[in-house]
Design a protein around this ligand. Structure first.
Ligand SMILES: CSC[C@H]1O[C@@H](n2cnc3c(O)ncnc32)[C@H](O)[C@@H]1O
Ligand SMILES: [Zn+2]
Length: 438
């Protein structure tokens, strides 16, 4: 199958940030075989099974959302004003306790529809319910994902082991599935919900399975202060003291309350960070030292976290918030530049999610790309393309999405999901669960 996209402005976001003002791409099966300037020659047109004129659109790599809980999209707007610990204990965990298969499935379909429509092609899911179902859903939807059956260790040794066995079995059976679009990790929930000896056993299992480990880390000051009280040290220092940082590839979510010595430790051990600025602001958790992490060569990507702490899955908003926040916080206009910003949602995201893809538009890469309507007023004048992508673009500008050459969105219409059905089921399932709590 050959697909030819013509008359398009291409932001390759490659190593040199090349822009092709007027060009075309050819997707052969799932690979970019041409990324060229100008109009396609006759022989290229003849070989195409499908030619789409993309006049008035920008083509660029898809975005990656590297930390979240997709099922929680059902809980959008469910408690807006509590700090993390009370939010979890008083509102979220009781609600999650009532979730059944239909409710979780509805929340996840809603999440995927929102992500695809706003240009996110890959995401990480940290959750504990119906993970096999989700993997099946993703197979059909066509997105990329890292799936983790996460574990909380505030229970007996037997229960801990049972959860870990379930998590490892899930990870082993789905890693590399769906034509390598699904990858897996093990995922202790957080240092304050998983005792260190449990985290140690999880890391040992991850070593056996050759999988990375994902965990919330240093999200709130309370969590870190409590860790000092109980263990006399910061949670990252404890992982280091137990020799756990060098054994596996870590991907930490949040990393808000870190000192410079911790940032250096992350860099030394090549740990990855998923920065979640809006969730951190909404839950009053704080502002992560993003600029210092980038300066210390820590690989940072961006995540939206669960929707009830955000309240959208719009990676453009998330990116803009990440950049503006650092500039204001440090009172420094060049705290993060446009190229660093774009890298976090493309190349660094592709790395964090273990895709093996460059997160760039380049010949030989798998054909993952999104297109934006460049005619919107807020994207004029259109010359400063890279700047617009960081400071002006919105999820609603996205018109088309391809993953591995498969079309998931065309002219703002979802191809692999039924939007009306998703909306209906999300509302129905929310009402059902909310009613069962009262
Ligand atoms: C064990 S599955 C994941 C678990 O995490 C909860 N969660 C959602 N958002 C956050 C957050 O910001 N910090 C910590 N935990 C969070 C979610 O509700 C699931 O229960
Ligand atoms: Zn989270």
């Amino acid at each position: 199958m050959n697909t030819l996209l013509t008359n398009v402005r291409i932001a390759t976001l490659d190593d040199t940030f090349t822009i092709i003002d007027h060009g075309y791409v050819v997707i052969t099966d799932k690979i970019f075989t041409h990324v060229e300037s100008g109009d396609p020659p006759e022989h290229v047109k003849k070989q195409a099974d499908r030619i789409r004129n993309m006049q008035g659109k920008w083509l660029l790599p898809g975005l990656y959302n590297t930390h979240g809980h997709a099922a929680m999209t059902l809980m959008r707007g469910y408690e807006d004003d509590l700090p993390l610990d009370r939010w979890l204990k008083e509102k979220i965990w009781p609600f999650e306790g009532k979730l059944d298969r239909e409710a979780v499935t509805a929340g996840r379909a809603l999440a995927m529809s929102e992500m695809i429509k706003s240009g996110t092609i890959g995401f990480l899911e940290m959750y504990h319910l119906f993970m096999d179902d989700f993997a099946e859903q993703i197979k059909d939807t066509g997105m990329r994902a890292v799936l983790t059956r996460s574990v909380i260790g505030l229970c007996s040794r037997e229960e801990q082991d049972a959860k870990l066995d379930e998590s490892a079995a899930f990870a082993a059976s789905w890693n590399g599935e769906a034509d390598n679009r699904i990858h897996t990790m093990l995922a202790p929930h957080a240092p304050n919900t998983c005792p260190i000896d449990y985290i140690k056993r999880i890391v040992e299992r991850a070593v056996d399975l050759q999988l990375p480990v994902h965990m919330h880390l240093a999200e709130t000051k309370k969590e870190v202060d409590d860790h000092y009280k109980m263990h006399g040290m910061h949670p990252l220092d404890q992982l280091d003291q137990y020799g756990l940082l060098n054994q596996v590839q870590w991907l930490f979510a949040h990393g808000v309350h870190l000192e410079q010595k911790h940032i250096e430790l992350l860099a030394e051990t090549k740990a990855l960070i998923s920065h979640n600025p809006i969730s951190n602001l909404k839950l009053g958790s704080g502002m992560a030292p993003l600029s210092q992490m980038l300066q210390s060569n820590v690989s940072v990507s961006i995540g939206c976290d669960g929707v009830s702490a955000n309240n959208t899955l719009d990676m453009w908003e998330e990116l803009r918030m990440a950049v503006l926040l650092q500039k204001g916080l440090l009172q420094q206009a060049d705290a993060i530049n446009v190229k660093q910003a774009l890298r976090m949602v493309t190349k660094e995201g592709a790395t964090a999610l273990q895709t093996g893809q460059p997160g760039m538009i380049t010949v030989g890469a798998e054909a993952d790309c999104i297109l934006l309507d460049q005619t919107a007023a807020h994207l004029q004048p259109e010359q400063q393309l890279h700047s617009h992508l960081v400071y002006a673009a919105r999820g609603s500008d996205v018109t088309d999405v391809y993953v591995q050459g498969r079309s998931l969105l065309e002219n703002k219409q979802l191809i692999t999901l039924d939007e009306e059905k998703i909306r209906f089921e999300a509302n129905e399932q929310f009402a059902k669960v909310a009613h069962s709590i009262i």
